[in-house]
Design a protein around this ligand. Sequence first.
Ligand code: GLV
Length: 420
Amino acid sequence: MSTLLLALQAAGWSRVLLCSVSTQCYRTMSSQKLLVSPPPPLLQPLSVPDRLLLGPGPSNPPPRILSAGGRQLIGHMHKEMIQIMDEIKLGIQYAFQTKNPLTLAVSGTGHCAMEAAVLNMVEQGDKVLVAVNGFWGERVTDIAKRLGAEVHQLVKNPGEYFTLEEIEKGLIQYAPFLFFITHGESSTGVVQPLDGLGELCHRYNCLLLVDAVASLGGTPVLMDQQGIDILYSGSQKVLSAPPGASPISFSNRARKKIYNRKTKPSSFYLDMEELAKYWGCDDNPRKYHHTAPINTFFCLREALAALAEKGLENSWKLHKENSLYLCEGLQKLGLKLFVKEPDARLPTVNTVFIPEGYDWKEITEYIMKNHGIEVSGGLGASAGKVLRIGLMGYNSTKFNVDRVLRALEDALQHCLKNKL
Ligand code: GLV
């Protein structure tokens, strides 16, 4: 080491300064062994296959939405971004058919919106009634219990929906402050009628919370007219946007409950009072809350714009027509639909029994491998019993129905041969 460096060291100069003048020190640093090497797969190009996604979601985004996601970033508090967030709010109000000021998109998937809905409403010891006719009621039961709520369930068989009379009995028996129901049960393919439900709940001083993740844009949901107090959805189904930004809205009744909570919600990230300030849902100046997934918001904006251009009524009609066309085709193949009542069939996620002697996994894997199409098995109580075929948003076309029917026919022949 040079006399100069020795002198500096003796004078107590920092190691950093020494490093900047000592080549020997560079050598010492680079010879430190890293415990984790650059992972070889990451040194290869990104590989994403082209697939037609006809499961319960996500659905394929159209080029317009994909390219929105690839636009250059802007700052999350820039005025242009705030304008885009305002447009998203308007788009959600249109899609939900609501004038609620507390309407926004949470930065997360539809599941995140579900958690946001429940955790903002529920406090320790609150009584909650949950309608369970598939997977999502069970999931909300779990979330509400984690929050310390007293949770009761109204249970129906998968494939059935609830009547107003059955719900009224539950409201009388349990006197909950919140009633949860799934509009589009993606695990079973059932659509729940909503007319009269809000009025019924309010008669018993109960707020109505509705999951419309699988139904929004595919079959009518009219938040204000149906008296829904809390409504949420996702972006990856009928909206055909990537998952990650999810619409949610609260009626003024629900908002009052939030603003009068005894305790703060357990999550800061999903605290609606804070999010309302970030989204400009009150009269106060916008306040930083978190850094939004900016490009995911671009995609959601474009998805909502596409829905507004098409019109809700056209979108509902199209989903119904294509679902009917699929159901006809499935029956022609000799398959049996899971939901008996035609009006109760969800047009976005269609469920069909797995025919006797077949293994659902073999069918779905065959279709994926040989036709590049995703169809899905059941979920929760429907697992092992049904196939779920999604026709959502950009993917809801007669052309895709023909493709999936051909693939299914081929799979049924092939997978049977495997067993003979
Ligand atoms: C997801 O929403 C599913 O139904 O699998």
